[in-house]
Design a protein around this ligand. Structure first.
Ligand SMILES: Nc1ncnc2c1ncn2[C@@H]1O[C@H](COP(=O)(O)OP(=O)(O)O)[C@@H](O)[C@H]1O
Ligand SMILES: [Mg+2]
Length: 340
């Protein structure tokens, strides 16, 4: 289920004012991946999802899902295509007057699901999301995480091939967010459902996305695999989103002068090993102290940072720096935070 957006624009008119929510945006989401779309509020993320799930049509450009141009669908074809796209929301959008069971039954009835298979399907869905014992509960008696599990069960009811998630974990606490993201990952890997996940939180991206698109002002300004987005962000907006992990401040008591320097090095994937500092000690006549450091895990791949204070003869310090620059998988990190 590849999703291909080609030169897609979406313009709204509000009180005679034109709002360009999407500006000639092109993007391909591959079948079976978890594609994370990150951007600040107002970037156009939700608008983009509404075009993919056929709630709205683009002002210009094409949206193509699995080889079918969505603009060409009408009537029954459109209805069937819509059913194959599941969606979950930040506010869950459950029907409060219905039980968990009835919330799922509702969408199955609407899609004229085989009545004889309905109960079995609902039980299967509740088991999948870990709510086998909550069929008769009402939404008001569920926690946020449980409500979102109902949302997921409902979104999957009609065997969709795409699941769209609009800030699906933004109303949840960090621990619950993790368990919901785990569930989404399982659904992606086990059921092969393509997931498009929009968020303004980099933690969410780091946890589940295979590839990432960074959106700002109606455009996608950077697309890459999740590790590259964190290790080599290019656009200013992307840098802003990953800033936290590059946020190293030189301690104020550290005296940097012509015989001493502070550098931060970045260790990529399997090179994130402490042994490297050993090599620096052995090869160079410098004093090296560690001022700060951290390792981020993106999926399971480490991305390490180490801030070092290096003292020595200028020539020796220069030799050490070129050694770093020539080491495989090691780079000098740019620090994005402002130093006060
Ligand atoms: N139905 C609408 N009518 C008018 N303006 C809209 C509508 N939907 C979105 N917009 C505008 O389009 C821009 C993008 O909104 P949205 O897609 O909701 O961004 P995001 O989800 O990234 O926060 C915003 O300026 C928003 O005000
Ligand atoms: Mg939104």
């Amino acid at each position: 289920m590849a999703i291909v957006l080609e030169d897609v624009s979406k313009t709204y008119e509000v009180k005679g004012k034109r709002i360009e929510a999407l500006k000639k945006l092109s993007l391909t989401i591959e079948e079976g991946e978890i594609f994370g779309l990150i951007g600040f509020s107002g970037a156009g993320k939700s608008t983009l999802l509404r075009l993919i799930n056929l709630l709205e049509a683009p002002s210009s450009g094409k949206v193509n899902v699995n080889g079918t141009e969505l603009g060409s669908l009408t009537g029954e074809d459109l209805r069937i295509r819509r059913q194959k796209i599941g969606m979950i929301f930040q506010q869950f959008n459950l029907i409060e007057s219905k039980t968990v069971y009835q919330n799922i039954e509702f969408v199955l009835k609407a899609s004229k699901y085989d009545k004889k298979k309905m109960r079995g399907r609902i039980e299967e869905l509740l088991d999948l999301v870990g709510l086998g014992d909550k069929a008769d509960s009402y939404p008001k008696n569920l926690s946020g995480g449980q409500k979102q599990r109902v949302g997921i069960a409902r979104a999957l009811a009609n065997h969709p091939d795409v699941l769209l998630c609009d800030e699906a974990t933004s109303a949840l606490d960090p621990d619950t967010t993790k368990t919901i993201l785990k569930l989404l990952k399982r659904i992606n890997r086990e059921l092969g459902i393509t997931i498009v996940l929009i968020t303004h939180e980099m933690e969410v991206i780091k946890e589940v996305a295979d590839r990432v698109g960074v959106m700002t002002e109606g455009e996608v300004v950077e697309i890459d695999d999740v590790y590259s987005i964190f290790s080599h962000p290019k656009h200013d907006v992307t840098r802003g989103f990953v800033q936290d992990i590059y946020d190293f401040v030189i301690p104020s008591h550290i005296d940097v002068n012509d015989r001493s320097e502070v550098i931060t090095i970045k260790f990529l994937n399997e090179h994130a090993e402490a042994n490297y500092v050993n090599q620096l000690y052995r090869h160079f006549k410098c004093d090296i102290s560690i001022l700060n450091g951290r390792i981020e895990y993106i999926h399971d791949m480490p991305l390490g940072f180490l801030m070092l204070h290096i003292k020595g003869e200028p020539d020796e310090v220069a030799r050490l720096k070129s050694f770093i620059d020539e080491s495989k998988g090691i780079e000098r990190a740019e620090i994005y935070a402002e130093i006060d």
